[in-house]
Write a new protein. Structure first.
Length: 354
C-alpha cells in the first residue's frame, strides 16, 4: 500500500482532509486510528460512515508490517526484524536519543561489497505506507524524533515512495525536516528531486573513499561520480537547505584507512559544510574485510579533526548481537530456508515409506 491509496480509501468513506489529517497523526503516533484528542473524543469528531469504515482499514494497516522479533543491544539500540504482508522481512533500528533507522527496500541493488544487505540483491520495493508503518510500530515502543533512511535498500532507487513517506513524516508525523535523513550512494534523481520537495530532508552521501576506481570496486553499481563531483553536489544541497551534509565512510582496514586516503580526505572535505562519519566495519563471518584497530580509528579521527574536517565515529548499532544491517534478516531467511528444506526432506521420506 502507498500513502495516497490509504488517503483515497479514507476519502471514499467520506473523510474530509481534516479527518484524514487526524487519522494520519494518530497512526504515526502508534495510536488507534479513531483516537480523539484531549479535548474531543473520536466519536464526536469523525462522521459515522468513517467510524464504521475504519476497522477494515485498520486491518490492512496492521497487516502491512508487524514486529517479528526484537533484539536489544548494550549500546541502547533496539533492532527490530519486521515481517511484511507477503512474508518478506526488513530491519528497523531504534537508536539512542530517539532516532529510528528504517528500510526502503527488501534487499538492495547497489551491491556494496562490505554490506550484508547487498549480498541478497534487490527483492522488491517497499510501498510508502510500509515505510511509514515502521515508524508507527517503533513509536509504540519508544519516542521517535528523528528518522534516517539508512536501513536496507538504496532510497534513491525507490524515490517516489521514500519522498511520499518523508513528506508525511515531516508534516503529520511532526518530525523536523533536518531530522529526516535521506541516505544515498549518489543518484542524479536525488539532487534533482530533493530541492523541489515541500519537506526537504537532510542528506547523507556514502563516500567511503576519495579514489574513484576504488569506489567503483566497493560500490559496483553506484553511479560513476568522481568523489569531488559528488561532494560538490552535496555541498550545494546543504547550502540550499541550511543544514550540513553527512558523508559516510566505512573504514576497512588496509583499504581506505591509509595515510594517503586521509590526506586526500582532508583536501576534499576541509572547509565544507558537513560532517564526516567514519564507520568502523562491522565484521561478519566469512568476510575478507577487517575492522581497523581501536587505536587506528582514534588516530584517524584526531588527524581529520585537527586538519579542519569535522569527524565523528559512528559504530553500527547492535554489533554486540551481530545485528549489523542485513544480518538479522539474513539469519531469519536462513532459518526459513532450512525449515523448508526439512519439510521437503520429510515429505520425500514419507512418500518413499508409502
Amino acid at each position: 500500500m502507498r500513502i495516497p491509496d490509504f488517503h483515497q480509501a479514507l476519502a471514499d468513506l467520506g473523510a474530509r482532509p481534516c479527518h484524514i489529517g487526524r487519522i494520519n497523526r494518530a497512526w504515526l503516533k502508534g495510536q488507534p486510528l479513531d483516537a480523539g484528542t484531549r479535548h474531543q473524543k473520536g466519536e464526536h469528531y469523525f462522521p459515522l460512515a468513517v467510524r464504521n469504515g475504519l476497522p477494515p482499514l485498520v486491518a490492512q494497516l496492521d497487516a502491512l508490517a508487524r514486529i517479528e522479533s526484537q533484539h536489544p543491544a548494550a549500546d541502547g539500540s533496539l533492532r527490530l526484524l519486521v515481517a511484511l504482508n507477503d512474508g518478506q522481512m526488513v530491519e528497523s533500528v531504534l537508536l539512542p536519543r530517539d532516532g529510528l533507522c528504517v528500510s526502503s527496500q527488501v534487499g538492495c541493488a547497489v551491491g556494496c561489497t562490505f554490506c550484508m544487505t547487498g549480498k541478497s540483491g534487490l527483492l522488491r520495493q517497499l510501498g510508502s505506507a510500509e515505510i511509514v508503518a515502521q515508524v508507527a510500530l517503533a513509536r509504540r515502543l519508544r519516542p521517535v524524533k528523528k528518522v534516517v533512511f539508512m536501513g536496507m535498500g538504496e532510497p534513491a532507487h525507490n524515490i517516489d515512495n521514500v519522498l511520499d513517506a518523508i513528506n508525511l513524516l515531516g508534516t503529520d508525523g511532526n518530525i523536523g525536516h533536518k531530522n529526516l535523513v535521506f541516505s544515498t550512494v549518489g543518484d542524479p534523481r536525488v539532487f534533482e528531486r530533493l530541492p523541489q520537495q515541500r519537506v526537504k530532508p537532510a542528506l547523507a552521501l556514502s563516500l567511503h573513499t576519495t579514489n574513484a576506481g576504488l569506489r567503483a570496486q566497493l560500490l559496483p553499481r553506484a553511479p560513476r561520480y568522481q568523489p569531488a563531483e559528488l561532494v560538490a553536489l552535496g555541498e550545494d544541497y546543504a547550502r540550499r537547505v541550511g543544514y550540513p551534509i553527512q558523508y559516510q565512510w566505512t573504514l576497512l582496514a588496509g583499504i581506505n584507512d591509509t595515510d594517503e586516503e586521509m590526506d586526500a580526505a582532508v583536501q576534499l572535505l576541509r572547509g565544507k559544510y558537513g560532517v564526516l562519519n567514519i564507520i568502523p566495519y562491522n565484521s561478519v563471518d566469512g568476510d575478507h574485510y577487517q575492522r581497523p584497530s581501536a587505536e587506528r580509528i582514534q588516530q584517524i579521527k584526531r588527524y581529520l579533526h585537527d586538519n579542519g574536517v569535522l569527524t565523528k565515529v559512528r559504530d553500527s548499532a547492535g554489533q554486540d548481537i551481530d545485528g549489523g544491517c542485513g544480518q538479522l534478516r539474513a539469519r531469519a531467511a536462513d532459518v526459513i530456508d532450512h525449515s523448508r528444506l526439512l519439510r521437503r526432506q520429510r515429505s520425500g521420506q514419507a512418500g518413499q515409506a508409502d
